[in-house]
Design a protein around this ligand. Structure first.
Ligand code: TXA
Ligand code: MG
Length: 306
C-alpha cells in the first residue's frame, strides 16, 4: 500500500498514481509533463482527442491555469471542493500541457473533495490530470480493487480511499464566451447549478464539444438492456426499489434513493458482469436529481447515445 508521500514522489518523477476521489478513482499524472500524460492515455487505451481534467487544490490554483469568468467563480465558490468540473479558456498552456488538453484552447478543471486527493495535490503543489482509472470505454472504478484491475499495472503508487461516496463522475459545465452549458451530467445535480447561476444552455455548442462522450462508454462485457421490469432467463438484473432477493439480482437502492443508486451503479454493473450473464437488465430509473447522471451512464453502457 502506498502513502501520500509515495504518491507525490511518483508524480514528481513522471509516474502514474491510482488516486481516490469522492466521485470515482482516477489515474493521476503531472499535468505539465507530456511524457507522463502520454502514459496515461496509453494505460487507458484512450483516444488522444479526448482531453483530461486538471485537478487542483482550490480556486487560486484554478485561476492560475484557466480563465474563470464571474459565473465560473460563483460555481467554484459554491461547489468546490466537490463533484463539479468547469471547462474554461486556458491561461497557462504549460501548466496543463497540450496533450492533456488534446490540443484545445480550453481546459477542464476541478477541485476534488476526497482528503487523499487533496493531500496529494497539495503535496505535489500543482495541477494533476486524472481521468477515471478504467480502461477506455469501461465502467469507472469506485474501489481500489476495481481500479487496480483496470489500470493498476501502469501505476507506481496506489492509494486506498475506500469505496467512492458519490460513485458517478463529476458534472462537467462549459463556461466559454459568456455561455454556460452542461457537457456531462454527473455527481452534482443540475438543479443545484441552476440555483446559483440560473438555467444552463441546452445541447452541445461547437466551442463546448466534450470530445469524450463516445457512444459506447462505461460498458461491461455483457450487453445492457434498459427499462426492464424483470430479468429474463440467463440475465442478471439491476433493480431499483424494494425487490425480493434472488440470484443474480443486485438492488441499486432498496429504498429508491438516487444517491445510493449512484454510489452502487458501477460496482453493481461490474458484479453483474462477473456472472457472465446473457445480458444485464436494468430497472427504470427516475430521471430527476442524480437520476439524470445515472441514466446518462446507463444509456452509454447500452450503446444508445451518439
Ligand atoms: O469525477 C471525475 O470527473 C473523474 C475523477 C477521477 O475526477 N474524472 C473523470 O475524468 O471522469 P474522465 O477523463 O474520465 O472524463 C473527463 C471528461 C471527458 O468527457 C472529457 O471529454 C471532458 O471531461 N473534457 C475534458 N477536457 C475538456 C475540454 N477542454 N472541453 C470539453 N470537455 C472536456
Ligand atoms: Mg472516464
Amino acid at each position: 500500500m502506498s502513502t501520500v508521500e509515495d504518491a507525490v514522489r511518483a508524480l514528481r518523477t513522471g509516474g502514474l498514481v491510482i488516486l481516490p476521489t469522492e466521485t470515482v478513482y482516477g489515474l493521476a499524472a503531472d499535468a505539465a509533463d507530456p511524457d507522463a500524460i502520454a502514459r496515461v492515455y496509453e494505460a487507458k487505451g484512450r483516444p488522444r482527442f479526448n482531453p483530461l481534467i486538471a485537478h487542483v487544490s482550490d480556486l487560486a490554483m484554478a485561476d492560475r491555469i484557466g480563465v474563470l469568468d464571474a459565473r465560473a467563480h460563483r460555481l467554484a465558490e459554491a461547489f468546490w471542493p466537490g463533484p463539479l468540473t468547469l471547462v474554461v479558456p486556458i491561461r497557462d498552456p504549460r501548466a496543463v500541457c497540450d496533450l492533456a488538453r488534446a490540443g484545445l484552447e480550453t481546459v477542464a478543471i476541478r477541485a476534488p473533495a476526497h482528503p487523499l486527493a487533496q493531500a496529494v495535490i497539495a503535496g505535489f503543489g500543482g495541477p494533476v490530470c486524472a481521468p477515471s482509472a478504467n480502461r477506455s470505454g469501461r465502467p469507472s472504478p469506485t474501489t481500489l480493487a476495481d481500479a487496480m484491475e483496470e489500470t493498476g499495472a501502469a501505476a507506481t503508487a496506489a492509494l486506498d480511499g475506500g469505496p467512492c461516496a458519490i460513485g458517478v463522475e463529476s458534472t462537467v459545465v462549459g463556461l466559454i464566451d459568456g455561455d454556460a452549458r452542461l457537457l456531462r451530467p454527473g455527481g452534482l445535480e443540475r438543479a443545484a447549478i441552476k440555483a446559483v447561476i440560473g438555467p444552463l444552455s441546452a445541447g452541445t455548442a461547437d466551442a463546448h464539444r466534450s470530445p469524450g462522450r463516445l457512444a459506447l462508454h462505461y460498458a461491461p462485457n455483457a450487453p445492457v438492456r434498459l427499462n426492464a421490469e424483470a430479468p429474463m432467463a440467463g440475465e442478471a438484473y439491476l433493480a431499483f426499489g424494494p425487490t425480493p432477493d434472488a440470484p443474480a439480482v443486485f438492488d441499486l437502492s432498496p429504498t429508491g434513493d438516487l444517491r445510493e443508486a449512484a454510489a452502487n451503479l458501477f460496482a453493481m454493473l461490474r458484479a453483474a458482469d462477473r456472472l457472465n450473464p446473457s445480458a444485464i437488465a436494468v430497472a427504470r430509473i427516475p430521471d430527476h436529481g442524480l437520476g439524470e447522471a445515472i441514466n446518462d451512464r446507463l444509456r452509454r453502457a447500452a450503446g444508445w447515445v451518439g
